[in-house]
Write a protein of this length. Structure first.
Length: 201
């Protein structure tokens, strides 16, 4: 028996309640048994700290290579839905620290993120936290992903010197990183609507 495409769609949608969605590409080992266990253990510790009302600061990085990240926009009938694309050279690196009480610390640079850039950001973040309270370490945890420059000898040495309470998140824990949601929202619009000139000075 030969089935028509329409019949298949009806069975999949109406009988099975399924949707034909875009496939999401993931790393080959993202959902390996080891990574699933590590994410579970990290999540349990995260919940434990949250229940104690610990201040949890997530740190992450992204880059800005263009000014308009919109992928969809409202379109009037009989008009084009195109956008003029303007790339930034050199691109801008953004570092963000975001806590579970809504406070954020942002730094922008025109250099690739490495251990040196991370050191500058962490040092300035600690300075600002110290200005607010010398005892912030007692009720605060800083966490980020396992990027190489997050775990380099220079970075770990600095964290120890500054006595920063740090934890590495579970592998591929994008959904547990508030910074990722912040970046997604930030990049959903035109970030330079006034057309301010950009460039290296």
């Amino acid at each position: 028996m030969v089935y028509k495409p329409q019949q298949i769609r009806e069975v999949m949608r109406e009988d099975l309640g399924m949707k034909y969605r875009k496939v999401v590409e993931i790393s080959l080992h993202e959902n390996s048994f080891r990574n699933l266990v590590l994410r579970q253990q990290w999540a349990l510790k995260f919940v434990e700290l949250a229940m104690k009302k610990t201040r949890i600061i997530n740190i992450d990085e992204t880059w800005l290579g263009m000014e308009d990240f919109r992928r969809r926009k409202w379109q009037q009938p009989h008009t084009t839905n195109s956008l003029a694309k303007k790339n930034w050279q050199p691109r801008i690196s953004m570092l963000l620290a975001l806590d579970n009480y809504g406070e954020s610390y942002i730094a922008l640079s025109q250099s690739n993120t490495n251990s040196g850039v991370i050191a500058l950001f962490i040092s300035d973040l600690v300075r600002q936290l110290n200005e607010k309270s010398r005892n912030w370490r007692k009720q605060t945890l800083v966490y980020w992903d396992g990027a190489k420059y997050h775990q380099s000898k220079a970075t770990l040495k600095l964290l120890k010197e500054l006595n920063v309470p740090i934890m590495i998140s579970g592998p591929h824990s994008y959904d547990a990183a508030p910074c990722e949601l912040w970046f997604s929202l930030f990049k959903s619009v035109n970030i330079n609507p006034r057309r301010v000139k950009t460039g290296k000075r």
